[in-house]
Design a protein around this ligand. Structure first.
Ligand SMILES: *Cc1c(COP(=O)(O)O)cnc(C)c1O
Length: 400
C-alpha cells in the first residue's frame, strides 16, 4: 500500500491545485471520528464543512442509499420519481415553504434563487435592470451568479466581470441596506448566519427591519441556509427562530449528508409568479438517489431527535468555548448559535488548526482569525470535552 506522502505527491501531480490541503489522506469514518489511510483517528469538528450531520457510517442512512441504488439511481426530470416527490413534501413540511426545486449543490441553489427573484420582478414591470442587495463578508458559492453576490473581493477579482446590478451592504446594519435600496431592487439576500465570512448571526432586529422593508416595497427576501440550516443552530432552519419568513430560501450541505444535493424553496406567491416551464432545469437535480438521501436524512433527524441534541450539545459547546475567552489572551470572543460556533483569535488561526490536526482533532477556519466549529449534529458533551482538552493544549502552545 502506498503511504500518505506518496498519495499526496500523486494528488499534487493530478489534481488542479485550487486548495492548500492539509497533509492527510482520509479513509473512513465512524460516528464523529475519521481515520486516515495509516489508521490515525481524528475527532471531527468540521463534518466536511457542516455536511455530515448524522455522523459517519450511519447504518440506516447507508442502507437507504444502497436500496435506492439497486432500484434506480437516475431517471431525468422529464419524468416523476417517488423519492423526489416524498423529499419535496417533507421539505415543505419542515420549512413551511410551498415550492421546491432540487439542485446538485449549494451554489446552484443560489443561482436558482437569483433567477427566481429576477423573473418575479421582470413579470411585474417587464424591465431587465433589477438589482439585488447582498452583504459584505458573505459567501454564496463559486459559480458566476453565486460569486457575484459573494461579498469577498478576493474571490471575485480575477474573474470579473460578474453578473451586473449587485449592490453590497453591511450585515446587521439596516441603514447600510436602506442606503442601497432603489426602485430597481428586486431582492435582498443574506445568510441567516454568515459562515465562511466569520460566523456572524443575523440580529433579530435587523431581520425584522429587513422583512418589513421587503413587505413595504415588494422586495423578495432570500435567506441562504446552506450552512446554517438543517438543524445546525437549534431549529430546522435558522430563520425559524426569528419570527420572520423568507420569500425564497436555499439549502444544501447537510441536506443530503454527503450525497451532493441542494434546493431552493419559495412561497406560493413567488412560485406562481416567477420560474415556469422552460425557465430553469437540471439533469441530475433531485434524482432518485439524491432524493433518497434527503428522505432518509429528514427521517433520521426526527427519529434521532437531532434538533434536541443540537440544543443541548450546542449550549454546552457555547459555554465551554466562552471559558477560553477568559483563559487565553489570544482568544478575543466567541460568536455563533447551536453547533455553528466561531472562536475569534487576535491573530491568524492556521497554527492552532495545524496543531490540532497533529493531535487528532479536525477544525477549520472561517476567515483568517476565526476557528470554526461545525461538528456532526450527533456529538455529545463527552466529545466536546475531548475537543476542549486538545484545543486547550494547542492554545497553550500558541501562547508560549
Ligand atoms: C457552502 C456554501 C455555499 C456553496 O455551496 P456549494 O455546495 O459548495 O456550491 C453557498 N452558501 C453558503 C452559505 C455556504 O456555506
Amino acid at each position: 500500500m502506498e503511504t500518505m506522502k506518496e498519495y499526496i505527491e500523486e494528488a499534487e501531480k493530478a489534481l488542479l491545485h485550487t486548495y492548500n490541503r492539509y497533509q492527510v489522506v482520509l479513509d473512513k469514518g465512524e460516528g464523529v471520528y475519521l481515520y486516515d489511510i495509516e489508521g490515525k483517528k481524528y475527532l471531527d469538528f468540521c463534518s466536511g464543512i457542516g455536511v455530515f450531520a448524522l455522523g459517519y457510517h450511519n447504518q440506516k442512512y447507508n442502507d437507504a442509499l444502497k436500496a435506492q441504488i439497486d432500484k434506480v439511481i437516475h431517471t431525468s426530470n422529464y419524468y416523476y420519481n417517488v423519492p423526489a416527490i416524498e423529499a419535496a413534501k417533507k421539505l415543505k413540511k419542515v420549512s413551511g415553504m410551498d415550492r421546491v426545486f432540487f439542485t446538485n449543490s449549494g451554489a446552484e441553489a443560489v443561482e436558482g434563487a437569483i433567477k427566481a427573484a429576477r423573473k418575479y420582478a421582470y413579470l411585474k414591470d417587464g424591465c431587465t435592470d433589477h438589482e439585488i442587495i447582498a452583504m459584505e463578508h458573505s459567501f454564496h458559492g463559486r459559480t458566476y451568479g453565486a460569486l457575484s453576490v459573494t461579498g469577498n473581493p478576493k474571490y471575485r477579482e480575477a474573474f470579473e466581470p460578474m453578473i451586473g446590478n449587485i449592490r453590497f451592504a453591511r450585515m446587521n446594519d439596516f441603514e447600510s441596506v436602506l442606503s442601497q435600496v432603489t426602485d430597481k431592487t428586486c431582492a435582498i439576500l443574506f445568510e441567516t448566519v454568515q459562515g465562511e465570512g466569520g460566523i456572524y448571526p443575523a440580529e433579530e432586529e435587523f431581520m425584522k427591519q429587513i422583512r418589513a422593508l421587503c413587505d413595504e416595497k415588494d422586495i423578495l427576501l432570500i435567506l441562504d441556509e446552506i450552512q446554517c440550516g438543517m438543524g445546525r443552530t437549534g431549529s430546522m432552519f435558522a430563520w425559524q427562530k426569528y419570527g420572520v419568513k423568507p420569500d425564497i430560501m436555499t439549502t444544501a450541505k447537510a441536506l443530503g449528508c454527503g450525497v451532493p444535493v441542494g434546493a431552493f424553496l419559495m412561497t406560493e406567491k413567488v412560485g406562481t409568479n416567477s420560474l415556469t416551464s422552460g425557465d430553469h432545469g437540471t439533469t441530475y437535480g433531485g434524482n432518485p438517489l439524491a432524493a433518497a438521501a434527503i428522505n432518509i436524512v429528514l427521517d433520521l433527524f426526527e427519529e434521532n431527535h437531532i434538533i434536541d441534541n443540537v440544543k443541548e450539545a450546542g449550549a454546552y459547546l457555547e459555554k465551554e468555548l466562552d471559558t477560553l475567552v477568559k483563559e487565553y489572551d489570544c482568544v478575543e470572543t466567541r460568536r455563533g448559535a447551536g453547533l455553528m460556533q466561531g472562536l475569534v483569535l487576535n491573530r491568524p488561526v492556521g497554527n492552532v488548526i495545524a496543531r490540532a490536526l497533529e493531535r487528532g482533532l479536525i477544525l477549520i477556519n472561517a476567515g483568517a482569525n476565526v476557528i470554526r466549529f461545525v461538528p456532526p449534529l450527533i456529538i455529545t458533551k463527552e466529545h466536546v470535552d475531548e475537543m476542549m482538552t486538545i484545543l486547550r493544549a494547542c492554545l497553550k502552545e500558541e501562547m508560549e
